[in-house]
Design a protein around this ligand. Structure first.
Ligand SMILES: [Zn+2]
Length: 235
């Protein structure tokens, strides 16, 4: 079919946000305005952690970070649907995944007693060089979606990442831990005094990155800290 170049450009823009095929199964068509198909939407493994104040995510931070609340949208299982979704977000240039799921989850969290008092949202930052390579910060896209539906500001530059870590395979666990603890710096602490901050990331595994960012934030006077991630890798 012939399309005028302008229309072709519009079609291209539209398909960046609303793909022709579901971003999870890559076979069925999503309904207009969605990025995944109806069937995948229902099969994504939701945690419902926001309904449980003592869930497996908050337990992971016991003795490490004093948290008000913590939640993840999906269980992240190797080879599963949530992994496919996060792969699209991180490696396949699909920032719309973070935005869309941020918006959806934010509309749930804003009515949840555990998250109602959140004042602002801060994403785990990427090193500027990494962000330049990827074109965006995947955690920031999630933060932005949450911010839109929760009606709270998000501050993508509140934390900064100081080290550019390509690969850490040669370091042992303790060295890696020390590395990550020193990797972040808080830029604007004063404005966060007395606030309830929701720190967000794409996936939580060991929790070392969120712990390092959380420690920086908790250096601010009277700051209350909560966490939200898209994926939760258990075990
Ligand atoms: Zn699908």
């Amino acid at each position: 079919m012939y399309l005028h170049p302008i229309l072709e450009g519009l079609e291209h823009c539209f398909s960046l946000f609303y793909p022709n095929l579901c971003l999870v199964c890559e076979s069925k068509k999503p309904t207009r305005g969605e990025i995944i198909c109806f069937s995948c939407q229902h099969k994504l493994p939701k945690t419902d952690f926001h309904l449980d104040p003592e869930n497996a995510l908050i337990e992971r931070f016991w003795g490490r970070l004093p948290l008000h609340a913590a939640t993840s949208l999906f269980y992240f299982i190797k080879g599963g649907r949530a992994q496919q979704l996060i792969h699209q977000l991180k490696y396949n240039h699909k920032p719309a995944v973070g935005m869309r799921f941020g918006q959806t989850y934010g509309s749930i969290l804003k009515d949840s007693p555990l998250f109602q008092s959140v004042d602002c949202i801060i994403p785990v930052p990427l090193h500027p060089r990494k962000q330049h390579q990827r074109g965006y910060n995947q955690s920031e896209t999630f933060a932005r979606g949450l911010s839109m539906s929760m009606g709270k500001p998000h501050y993508p530059h509140a934390l900064e990442r100081l080290t550019f870590t390509q690969t850490q395979t040669r370091k042992n666990r303790i060295e890696r831990m020390n590395n990550v603890m020193e990797a972040f710096r808080l830029r604007s602490g004063k404005a966060l005094e007395g606030k309830h901050v929701l720190l967000v990331d794409d996936v939580v595994t060991t929790g070392a990155t969120l712990e390092a960012c959380g420690m920086q934030l908790l250096s601010v006077e009277n700051l209350t800290l909560s966490l939200a991630t898209i994926g939760f890798a258990s075990g």
